[in-house]
Ligand binder design. Structure first.
Ligand code: HEC
Length: 151
C-alpha cells in the first residue's frame, strides 16, 4: 500500500512544482504590447543592440569621470551618445519590466540635461538614472555602475 502511495504523491508534487515554475516563467516573459520595444532575435552568442548601447554609455561614464578626477577637473565638451532605449532590442523580453518605458524616458531626459549642462551634478543624475533602471530591470551590472559614482 505504502509503496504505491509514495510515488503517486511524488508525481503530484512534481505536477504542482512544474505548474508553479510555468506560471513564474510566463510572468517574467510577459510580452510587451506591440507598440513597445522590439526583441532581438534569439542569437545566444551575439550582443543585443541594447547591451551594446549600455557598454557604450558605460565607457563614456568612465571617460568623463576619469578626465574630471584625474585630469583637468573639466566637463566642457563632454557629451553622452543619445540612444533611444525604447527602440533597442534587449536579449530577453523579461528585461522589459513594468515601468521600463518610463524609466528609459526619464533616463534620456537626464542624458539631455547633462549634454546641455555638463557638470558634476548632472553627471550624478545620469548615474542614478542607470541605477534606477537596473534595480528593476537587470541587477547584474549594479556593482559596476556604483563604481561610476563620484567620490
Ligand atoms: C531604462 C533601463 C536602463 C537604463 C536607464 C540603463 N540600463 Fe543598462 N541595461 C538595461 C538592460 C535591460 C540591460 C540588459 C540588456 C541585454 O542584455 O540585452 C542592460 C545592460 C547593461 C550592462 C551589461 C551590458 C552587457 O555587456 O551585457 C551594463 C554594463 C549596463 N547596462 C550599464 C548601464 C549604465 C552604465 C547605464 C547608465 C549610463 C545604464 N546601464 C542605464 C537597462 C538599463
Amino acid at each position: 500500500m505504502r509503496l504505491t502511495f509514495k510515488p503517486n504523491r511524488g508525481r503530484q508534487w512534481t505536477a504542482v512544482c512544474l505548474t508553479a515554475v510555468a506560471c513564474v516563467l510566463a510572468q517574467c516573459g510577459h510580452a510587451p504590447s506591440s507598440a513597445g520595444p522590439r526583441l532581438a532575435p534569439t542569437q545566444p552568442n551575439r550582443t543585443s543592440p541594447l547591451a551594446e548601447s549600455m557598454r557604450h554609455l558605460d565607457a563614456e561614464l568612465v571617460g568623463f569621470r576619469t578626465r574630471f578626477l584625474e585630469g583637468d577637473g573639466e566637463w566642457a565638451g563632454a557629451t553622452f551618445t543619445e540612444f533611444d532605449l525604447n527602440d533597442l532590442a534587449p536579449t530577453d523580453s523579461s528585461m522589459l519590466v513594468e515601468g521600463y518605458k518610463a524609466l528609459a524616458m526619464a533616463f534620456e531626459q537626464r542624458i539631455a540635461d547633462f549634454n546641455a549642462h555638463p557638470d558634476a551634478a548632472s553627471y550624478s543624475m545620469v548615474v542614478s538614472g542607470c541605477i534606477s533602471c537596473h534595480q528593476k530591470a537587470c541587477p547584474g551590472p549594479l556593482e559596476r555602475i556604483a563604481k561610476r559614482e563620484l567620490p
